[in-house]
Design a protein around this ligand. Structure first.
Ligand code: 3HC
Length: 285
C-alpha cells in the first residue's frame, strides 16, 4: 500500500517538523492539536523555518505556498479517519501515547498505519491497545526534522512486512535515509546519545569543567555541530529526562540514571531553548 494521505498528532517541535517535511514532499497532511492556539503556534514555527530557508537560498517562495496548500489543521481526531498513515508526536509518556493509539484505532480506516515518533518507548506496548498490531510501527525523526537526514524505523515482531515496506518507502520519499531498529529502549541513536548527554551533565555537576568548556571541547575536539550541553538545551531537558527514565526503568543500568542536576533543572522548568532557558539563557539572544 502506498502512502498518500498523512495525519500527524501534535504540532509541537517534532510534530510541526514532521508536518512540514510531509507536506513539502507532496503528501496531503492533516495535523491535529488540542487547541487552535497550539495549531497557530505550530504553523507559525513551520512558516518561520521555511522563510529562513528562503533567505538561505534553500527554498523558493512557491515552496512555502505549495507546502501550506497541502497542510490542513484540526482539533478533531475524526478528520484523520481517512489517512493512509497517522504519525503521533505527543509528549513522551506511555499513557498519552496509548490513548492516541486507542483513539486512532477506533476512528481510522481498517488499513491505516499508526506510527509513533517515540524516542524510547515500546511500540509493542502502544500497539497492545489496538486491534491492528500488524499496522503499528515506530518512525523516529530527529530535531530539527526538516534538516536532519535520518529516520529510525522501529519494527517490533508484531509489525507486518507490508507495513514496514510502506513506511520505509514513505520515509525515503521524504528525502531521508532510513535505518531499522528492534523495539528495544532508545533504539539506535538514543541508546548511544542518552548516556553521553547524562555524562556531560555529570561532568558539569562534578566540576570537571564548565558547561562552556565541555561544549567547546566536543565541538572542536570531536567536530560535532553542537556540544552536549547545547544539544541538551536544544532537544529539551524534560524530553531527555523522560527518555532516560524510560531507559533506566527497562535496563536498570546506572548509565541511564539522570543526574540530580538534570532532575532539579526539569523540576524548575528550565527545559531548554523552547522555554528560553536551560543550561544557557536564550532570552537575551
Ligand atoms: N531551511 C532549510 N535548510 C536549513 C534551514 C532552514 N530554515 N536551517 C538550516 N538549514 C540547513 C542549512 O542550509 C545547512 O544545509 P547544508 O549542510 O546542506 O548547507 C544545514 O541545515 C545546517 O545548517 P548550518 O550549518 O547553517 O547550521 P545551523 O546553525 O543553522 O544548524 C543545526 C543548526 C542543524 C541544528 C546544527 O547545529 C546541528 O546539526 N546540531 C545537532 C542537531 C542534532 O544532533 N539533532 C539530533 C538531536 S537528537 C534527537 O532529535 C532525537 C530525540 O529523540 C532526542
Amino acid at each position: 500500500m502506498a502512502v498518500r494521505k498523512v495525519g500527524v498528532i501534535g504540532c509541537g517541535l517534532m510534530g510541526s517538523g514532521i508536518t512540514q517535511v510531509c507536506a513539502q514532499s507532496g503528501f496531503e497532511t492533516t495535523v491535529r492539536e488540542v487547541s487552535q492556539e497550539l495549531i497557530d503556534r505550530g504553523l507559525s514555527r513551520i512558516k518561520s523555518f521555511m522563510e529562513a530557508g528562503v533567505k538561505r537560498g534553500k527554498l523558493k517562495e512557491e515552496d512555502v505556498t505549495s507546502t501550506f496548500r497541502r497542510i490542513k489543521s484540526t482539533t478533531r481526531y475524526e478528520d484523520l479517519a481517512d489517512c493512509d498513515i497517522v504519525i503521533e508526536a505527543v509528549i513522551e509518556n506511555m499513557d498519552a501515547k496509548k490513548e492516541v493509539f486507542s483513539t486512532l484505532d477506533k476512528l481510522c480506516r481498517k488499513d491505516t498505519i499508526i506510527a509513533s515518533n517515540t524516542s524510547s518507548l515500546s511500540i509493542t506496548e502502544m500497539a497492545s491497545v489496538t486491534r491492528r498490531h500488524d499496522k503499528c510501527i515506530g518512525m523516529h525523526f530527529f530535531n530539527p526534522v526538516p534538516v536532519m537526514k535520518l529516520i529510525e524505523i522501529v519494527k517490533p515482531e508484531i509489525t507486518s512486512e507490508q507495513t514496514y515496506q510502506a513506511v520505509r518507502e514513505m520515509g525515503q520519499s521524504l528525502g531521508k535515509t532510513v535505518v531499522t531498529a528492534k523495539d528495544t529502549p532508545g533504539f539506535i541513536v538514543n541508546l548511544l546519545l542518552v548516556p553521553y548527554l547524562l555524562d556531560a551533565v555529570r561532568a558539569v555537576e562534578n566540576g570537571t569543567a564548565t558547561k562552556e568548556d565541555v561544549d567547546t571541547a566536543v565541538k572542536l575536539g570531536l567536530n560535532h555541530p553542537m556540544g552536549p550541553i547545547e544539544l541538551l538545551d536544544y532537544v529539551g531537558l524534560d524530553t531527555t529526562y523522560y527518555i532516560a527514565e524510560a531507559m533506566f526503568q527497562e535496563f536498570k543500568d546506572t548509565r541511564y540514571a539522570s543526574p540530580t542536576l538534570l532532575k532539579r533543572m526539569v523540576l524548575a522548568g528550565r527545559n531548554g531553548r523552547k522555554v528560553g532557558r536551560g543550561f544557557y539563557d536564550y532570552n537575551s539572544k
